[in-house]
Design a protein around this ligand. Structure first.
Ligand code: UGA
Ligand code: MN
Length: 307
């Protein structure tokens, strides 16, 4: 692909012209004052994205793109399928993705298996139960066995690609996946809706790393949320609160290796949303008075109290 970008001052405005294989894009915006580093950075991001999108439009197999392995821990509860539906439909908008769904269970959950088939996404379903010794702790290492199981699967098969841990309940902007796709060591970006601080992010001044912003620093070298980074691969410890930090430190990376994404951490593309907890529903749907009705079908799709 032939691409060229130029910038020229025209009558108080900066006109940025981009040529992609014969296609012309023109973006104009007022001349930025010198301190507008973030808006210049986001303009650059827009242009880079336009070039990539044009390349993708021409190659419908997307085979030239690095593969993104999305590893999702999940477990059975009434809101499980709704959460996976939101995430699955997001991933349908991501080219070259493989979804590794690792369930905290000993037996296959047919609701999940059936839903994954329905998405048509390249996927793998794994059973990765939390070891019993952690199950009784007050602070449980949620999703750790799942993520390690997913990583082991990826490592045994992948020769290239990027790994991202996507909890089943967060909200993801499609732009996040394009940001992480070109990661060499580790990429980081802000995560919104973090309890206590509203956002968790590396802090940059004039594009340079100066520290971390998070509700809980806790002596961690990398005080980041699970949804706040992507990279090739490694293992994480069963230590609640220290999973992300332990994972990143085991890679031997330093702060200078971090690639800051999302327009130099000025955009939020992932949100730590939390769905209200629903408890299993009463069994009144099983009453014989509903025999022969559609409720006999619907009862399979909701989680009922144990009988
Ligand atoms: C926060 C962080 O954002 C998570 O990345 C971190 O794993 C988690 O804390 C933690 O406590 O370790 P939070 O929203 O509190 O997330 O946790 P959940 O969304 O309830 O669980 C994180 C992931 O683990 C989810 O994908 C969930 O489906 C899965 N999970 C949770 C299990 O597989 N088993 C469980 O028993 C609980
Ligand atoms: Mn969550």
């Amino acid at each position: 692909m032939r691409a060229w970008a130029g910038q020229q001052a025209v009558g108080g405005a900066v006109v940025v012209v981009l040529v992609v294989g014969g296609l012309w894009w023109a973006v104009s915006q007022p001349t930025p004052p010198p301190e507008c580093g973030a808006s210049l950075a986001s303009l650059k991001d827009t242009l880079v994205r336009a070039i990539r999108e044009e390349a993708q439009r021409r190659d419908t197999t997307h085979s030239h793109l690095p593969l993104i392995y999305v590893i999702t821990p999940t477990y059975a509860r009434p809101e499980q399928i709704p959460e996976l539906t939101r995430l699955g439909q997001t991933l349908m908008g991501v080219p070259r993705v493989h979804w590794v769904v690792a369930e905290d269970a000993h037996v296959s959950n047919m609701r999940v298996v059936t839903y994954l088939k329905h998405t048509g996404l390249p996927h793998t379903y794994l059973l990765t139960p939390m070891p019993e010794e952690y199950r009784n702790q007050t602070m449980q290492p949620k999703g750790v066995a799942n993520r390690n199981g997913g990583l082991a699967w990826v490592r045994a098969r992948a020769t290239e690609g990027v790994v991202f841990f996507a909890d089943d309940d967060n909200a993801y902007d499609l732009r996040l996946f394009e940001e992480m796709r070109y990661t060499s060591r580790v990429s980081m970006w802000p995560v919104g809706l973090i309890i206590g601080s509203g956002v968790s992010t590396p802090v940059l001044r004039n594009g340079r790393f100066v520290g971390w912003y998070d509700a809980w620093i806790g002596g961690r070298t990398f005080p980041v949320d699970m949804a706040g980074f992507a990279r090739p691969d490694a293992l994480m410890p069963f230590k609640p609160g220290h999973e992300e930090d332990g994972f990143l430190r085991s890679l031997g990376i330093s702060q200078s290796d971090i690639e800051f994404k999302a327009a130099e951490c000025t955009q939020i593309y992932v949100w730590h949303t939390q769905t209200k907890k629903n408890y299993p529903y009463s069994r009144q749907i099983l009453s014989p008075k509903f025999d022969g009705t559609n409720l006999r079908v619907l009862q399979r799709d909701i989680m009922l109290q144990p009988g």
